[in-house]
Design a protein around this ligand. Sequence first.
Ligand code: FPP
Ligand code: FPP
Ligand code: MG
Ligand code: MG
Length: 384
Amino acid sequence: KMSIDTLPDPFKMVEKELQPFSDSIKELVSTDQPVLSMAAKHFFEKRHGKRFRPTIVQLMAKAVAAATPEKMFSDDGKLIAVEGLDESDIEHTEGVSGWEWSGASNIEVEGGVITPENHKGSEVWRRQAQLGQIVEMIHVASLIHDDVLDEADTRRGGESVHKLYSNKVAVLAGDYLLARASVLLARLENTAVVQIMANALESLVAGEIMQLKAPAESLLEMETYLRKSYYKTASLICYACRSAALLGGHAYGSTVATACEEFGYHLGLAYQIQDDILDFTAAANILGKPALADMDLGLSTAPILYTAQENEHLRPLVMRRFKKKGDKETALRALYDSDTAMDKAKALALFHAQRAIDALLRLPRSEARDALIRLTHAVITRKK
Ligand code: FPP
Ligand code: FPP
Ligand code: MG
Ligand code: MG
């Protein structure tokens, strides 16, 4: 019988490679503005979180090194048939000018093909590791701003940046990190990756705006909830996964790059759904950030949406964002009284985790791929 514990530990597998991460990221965010470097360093030094995103990027980099790149161009530069790609995909990728290079220009190893053996320490590997740092910087920048928007006083078990300093410093610290991340992104010298990651940034902001300004009726829709979750959480992970494949020499429309993105998409959704479940089921001191916070912000996430499907009387409360006194308590009681709402939310997270694993299984077997499977399992069983 196969057990998830027999798969390699994802965090252990890249622990050593992420070790220099803290040191170099401190350097990367250093500035001659003391208050900014203080605020920015705070989150990379004392409270660096679990480095979930760089871990995924690093493992994905290894996983795609085990796959042979599909050839996109013949030697005279003509587009040649690619397995699993049809005309409509080509239409779709117009505007993303990843075609010409298909990432291959970055490959500087003997024979021009990355293998699990020559990958580590190569230029390709270095750029992929840099991508992991960029993604973490974007993530942290968005959390610093998010805590201002959500008026959340704690993060990662301590005071949030705006609480430690001020809103002004938090805005500037987030902006600064984002600016640094953009500089590093440009240094990857891969236009397709720059475009993809710029899209991810746009999605993050779109998700927040959607959350802020959604029309009342849409607040009851599961689809609106999932789309918002894609924008604010899954997009960064799925674009980072596709970028890791591109930097690894895989073409934009290749089976490998698409499998990577699909993995990130479903993992990101599973991650956010689990996050929303934990908002109800975990304590603030375990989470390191406020609990039961979403309803205070007027937000209905999966557990409440399923409860409202079962209880018609909750729907007006959802639509008015729990603004009336007692709304929150009424909704919470209905959720706890329901035998099924929370289970449905858990099943939704499990569904996306399963789809994430299905996507991974389209990559050739490797230690890193199996570690990503275990990581996917950890995402929906995590308690904080
Ligand atoms: C936190 O990211 C990320 C997680 C809680 C998910 C990663 C955790 C697991 C896969 C479970 C394994 C657990 C352990 C203890 C090894 P965040 O973006 O919410 O916050 P962070 O970046 O501050 O960690
Ligand atoms: C956390 O969600 C927030 C996000 C995943 C995205 C926040 C994005 C912005 C504020 C847009 C600005 C972006 C940049 C790059 C500066 P949450 O509030 O549901 O999670 P939480 O419980 O961890 O606070
Ligand atoms: Mg928040
Ligand atoms: Mg938020």
